[in-house]
Write a protein that binds this ligand. Structure first.
Ligand code: FAD
Ligand code: SF4
Length: 522
């Protein structure tokens, strides 16, 4: 048999036939390597929807590689000689296939990159790690941006990206300026629904599992039977064609109202005007440039208002690129950050949704059913509660990485540890996102059907968010008082009398001990 030159490693979140790892691929000399390793579903307690998302998309991608005539070595989770870890499988296959070189596009997970480097080193094989050009901003470009600044705020990075990639920019006699004369349309965006609710939101496109996906569902149900989440409603796009279909439907049907209702929540309605494209993007079924271009074109043709389009572009060209840069410039130390010294365990009901808090129950239930929650549910419901309860950031991170179909560490970790838990001491955000239950009351009708009252901070009906908010300010008073953006909140807490402070503390302790009835026993 002819010598195998390059063994091109393709991971579960690298399903792009145009990825850099394929550059120079020669059918007769090179081969692709893919493997389904149990460890990827067990190193955190990966939910069933998340595992199915990855495996179903991988198997469909493998079929397209076959159709394109690319030689492929693919190990299924249920094959007899499957290794438990990616590293074990790769080591085994390298010994068998004897390639001259390993080639990979930068993985989305620092841990996986280390494991592959280790296999290459112990097998005495050269490993070529190629830049992931799926992203607008390369890692060296982000590092240069970071090095030139004292603090790394998303807004400046985003403006730089807009200018550099000429997205929503006009160029006339007055120079290059943002379309509409402003960078930010928050004043028009981020509204709550009125009392009549979201009305007839277009239904998101769903995809009936085909035989390939059904096989994966059966496998995951038997192999990971005890893992969280359900699969009855699995309907995510797992091929590029399906992902494109989802993109087009979003642009036509939901983008016009995306901005206005970006931060709104509504019970029993997980989808609203969001795009639900994060998993397709993160698995590389979609390219961010085509997504941004489709949104920009909708604005130019008058199909969507500028405020919505800018709000959406900001998420992809701004936040998504920025968190990736944060991840790779801060790892591996970032994983260990715990700036607020949080020590509590994550409540067990995060894995079941069994709580009397209406907002959390809904966010957790839809998370476990669909592997999805919108950004505000992640940040201002599940994340906010964990932050104010004082849960160890590592446990919060493991939960977010496990439950969402779009969860890959490069994007999940900075959002969780940095933006949501403030464990990085302000690398990502200038202050912790903390609020009483009144924020949730303003953005949703959850509180109307909840046994708690967001206006009360003590007593049996006190909303746990509200109690924990005051407790958080008191516990971190010294550190937060140095932050000018928190000064007002800290001053308000300082006005509480000694008796009020003690009552808040006692109620917060009771919540932490699980004695305030927040856990629902069916
Ligand atoms: P939309 O609201 O329609 O937004 C459009 C797109 O913008 C998304 O598809 C996504 O690609 C991108 N985007 C929006 N916000 C962010 C952000 N903060 N960071 C990066 N990209 C963003 N996103 C993930 O893709 N994977 C994760 O594991 C993940 N974990 C998160 C954990 C926490 C604690 C928080 C607060 C946020 C997390 N996010 C994560 C970001 C965001 O919540 C999701 O991208 C979004 O909710 C996905 O739904 P959507 O596709 O409908 O997004
Ligand atoms: Fe959530 Fe508090 Fe409102 Fe209940 S009262 S829904 S716990 S914010």
């Amino acid at each position: 048999m002819a010598e195998l030159r390059n063994l091109v490693i393709v991971l579960g979140d690298q399903l792009d036939p145009d990825a850099a790892a394929f550059d120079g691929f020669q059918a007769g000399r090179d081969a692709v390597w893919m493997a389904e390793a149990a460890e990827e579903s067990t190193h955190v307690w990966s939910s069933k929807p998340r595992t199915v998302m990855f495996l179903a998309a991988m198997r469909h991608f493998a079929l397209t590689l076959g159709e394109a005539g690319r030689r492929l070595h693919y190990t299924r989770l249920d094959s007899r000689d499957a290794g438990d870890t990616l590293a074990a499988q790769l080591r085994h296959d390298v010994r068998r296939l004897q390639p001259v070189r390993l080639v990979i596009t930068t993985p989305g997970d620092w841990r996986v990159l280390q494991a592959i480097k280790e296999v290459a080193a112990t097998s005495e094989l050269p490993l070529e790690v190629r830049e992931d050009r799926h992203f607008y901003c390369s890692l060296p470009e982000f590092a240069a941006h970071a090095n030139a600044r004292k603090s790394l705020r998303m807004e400046y990075f985003y403006r730089e990206q807009r200018r550099r990639h000429r997205v929503l920019m006009t160029d006339d006699a007055n120079g290059i300026r943002p379309v509409g004369g402003r960078w930010n349309f928050d004043a028009e965006n981020r509204k709550a629904f009125g009392p009549n609710g979201p009305g007839a939101v277009p239904r998101p496109v769903t995809f009936e599992p085909d035989p390939v996906t059904r096989d994966v569902i059966a496998l995951v149900n038997s192999r990971f039977a005890g893992h969280p989440g359900r699969l009855e409603d699995f309907a995510w796009p797992v091929t590029r064609a399906q992902a494109l279909h989802s993109l087009n439907a979003f642009i036509e049907e939901r983008l016009p109202l995306f901005g206005r209702y970006q931060d709104a929540m509504w019970p029993g309605n997980p989808w609203l005007y969001h795009s639900h494209l994060s998993a397709a993007l993160n698995l590389k079924l979609l390219n961010p440039r085509e997504v941004v271009a489709a949104a920009e074109a909708a604005y130019e043709d008058g199909r969507a208002p500028l405020a919505s389009v800018e709000g959406f572009v900001r998420q992809i060209l701004g936040w998504r690129e920025y968190v990736r840069g944060i991840y790779w410039t801060q790892m591996p130390e970032y994983l260990e950050r715990n700036a607020l010294g949080a020590r509590e365990d994550l409540p067990a009901w995060y894995w079941t949704g069994a709580t009397d808090m209406a907002c959390l129950r809904d966010a957790l239930t839809q998370t476990l059913t669909h592997g999805y929650a919108n950004h505000i549910q992640r940040l201002m419901v599940t994340g906010l509660y964990a932050l104010m309860l004082g849960v160890q950031p590592g446990q919060v991170h493991a939960w977010y990485l496990a439950v969402y179909v779009d969860a890959v560490e490069w994007v999940e970790l900075p959002n969780t540890l940095g933006m949501s838990q403030y464990a990085d001491d302000g690398v990502m955000g200038s202050k912790p996102y903390v609020a009483t239950g009144k924020y949730i009351q303003r953005m949703s009708p959850y509180c109307r059907n909840c046994r708690y009252d967001p206006a009360q901070r003590i007593g049996d009906r006190a909303c746990p968010f509200t109690t924990l908010y005051w407790d958080f300010l008191m516990r971190h008073e010294a550190a937060l008082s140095k932050n000018p953006r928190m000064a007002l909140q800290v001053r308000n807490a300082a006005r509480l009398t000694g008796a009020e402070r003690n009552a808040v503390r006692r109620r917060a302790d009771a919540i932490r001990r699980g004695e305030a009835g927040v856990e629902r026993h069916e």
